[in-house]
Design a protein around this ligand. Sequence first.
Ligand code: DGJ
Length: 696
Amino acid sequence: MAISYDRPSRSWHLRTAHTSYVLATGVGELALLHWGKALSDEDAIALAGLPRPPGPGSSWRRQGGDELAEYGGPDLRLPSLVVEFVDGTRTLDLIVGSYFLEDDSLDIELADPAYPLHVVLRYDVYEDTDVITRSLQLTNSGTEEPIRIHALASADIRLPERASRLSHTFGRWGAEPQLERVPIPEGRLEFDGRGGQTGHRAQPWFTVDDGTATEESGETWSASLAWTGSWRLAVERLVDDRLHAVFGMHDLDFAFDLQPEEELATPEVALLYHDGGFGGTSRAWHDHYRQHVLRSDEPRPVLYNSWEATYFDVTFRGQALLAERAARIGCELFVVDDGWFTGRKDDHAGLGDWTADPTKLPGGLDPLIDRVRQLGMRFGLWVEPEMVNPDSDLYRAHPDWVYHFPSRPRTELRNQLVLNLGRADVREFVWSTLHGLLTRHDISFLKWDFNRPVTDPGWPDEPHGNPQRLWVEHVRGLYDILDRIRKQHPAVAVEACSGGGGRIDLGMIGHTDQVWISDNTDAYDRLSLQNGYAQAYPVATMVSWVTGSPSFINGRTAPLRYRFHVAMTGVLGIGDDLTSWTDDELVEAAGLVEEYKEVRDLVCQGDRYRLGPLPAGVEAIAYVDRDGRGAVLFGFAHGRRFGDARVRVRVPGLEPAGRYRVGAGKPISGRVLGAYGVDLELAGDLASVMLPIDPA
Ligand code: DGJ
């Protein structure tokens, strides 16, 4: 069992392969005594016997302890749970009660002696990947009155006091997600996503360290939130130097009236301690996704997407021409992006009317699907199921199906409104529309987009008179539909997209198969964005397209080979107008796609090492087989000067005694590759190299 309880010390020891998480309860509150390197049970019990601040008899008792900051009492730290009872009482006084241990999970119950609120702190231990997930479950155990929840984070995370630096990713449209490491200030550091969207501004994960961690060494404590709605992370340093993070659903406009006997569970926060630096931490996250989050670790097919080639101008002839070229260079999945459905000439009309536009695809979808299938590819379709254009039959029939306030004009962004997925009828419409499409046609893939946030959060007829429930119900609706697709159409894969990378989070990745991380497809920019994504999210889900040169976003010109190599470090896609490519380009592309297919198992299932330190302007990444059966190296250079060309990179992670062949060279040992390395030739601007390292 990964969890044990010691009665005399009233402590729990949660163990993973390399880490320990020790909790103890004293006078009602819960203390986190240790989250870090593995301890023995004896050590954990000894720890629980040590005196704990603020000391016995102090009147400054910490309500809830380290694991839950309920509002009320003298602690005054940023709360993770704020409720209001019908009599107007707005403080909580939670006392630890019983606990339940089952295999790898632990429930600790807390209750307020004066009110019928039942709280469960839930821990799930993933022994093999060193991850512990946490969540809260609230139940109104009364029979008459609702309890209003004003704030409900998934976890209050006690972090080591010595942590002084926080790493996370941030961005905006076309520049999401970028890595940033910032000092943790006195007071509070906050990041969030609003409007019911994970958002482009920040992604819900973080890592802290004591300021000395490097890519390959040092301790890190990190966390990732599984929620595809508004969220908030607040890291707060208290006056006594304690450091904690409140992480979960956003409290902005949050008000959930928990009805008698109703239960509300928060999204999970996944916690990971690692002592192998930032690189080790990323690899550990990737491993956790492969083992426990993704439904398959098989590499995704090489895809073609029509968006940058045709935008809204979808026609049978145009798509068929693209499909022929896509098949010729080795694509395995052909995706028709936005513009295929009724009325969709541009972004002013059509969302909601999910049938093929007869003026664009006269015979409907099937002739195009048949053509794509004849060419040996699978067929995929873009949808934006949570949205509607006012200029659509759906909206004309159901104007009340969108979030709105009756007294205010409805705010259109990209000329569209957000459907209220909290409503059972709307949820059913969205499900049956998608189910119908997937049943009637041979579709293997949906690109699921979400191009605007919720800005008019009104729900006039919410059955409990509690329209703010939408912040929870919308995400529940989204997950419910995605789950039903998985269950009833298991062969269909879904790509998460939100106007680029507005839906990058553990929750969405757990419900889909791959992620569109940014609309910025410039290969050089993309290196930084992919580096940001791969800090905490798995490369096996990271789609990257080869698009036109010059790039639409910044006019940069880059060689085809460089564009391919950048995209080949994730899930390879092609997103350019292939009818404009020369024969030579198509031949070169076909060769590169072939090379990618040779290495994609390593890219998607191997360990990813960001190599360094390297000279300015050079980046190198190695994907190494976890059992030492080879690797593939990618090198990229930008702005090299003075004729500099050779770069030596050391390749970690190989079997020291194993013999490997680098490109066409003589066999050398893994030890030599790790200690001495290999030389890459990278000169000038936007040079790139891909070098397989195969067992000799
Ligand atoms: C935003 C996505 O990020 C793009 O890739 C494309 O699908 C457009 N939406 C289509 O409207």
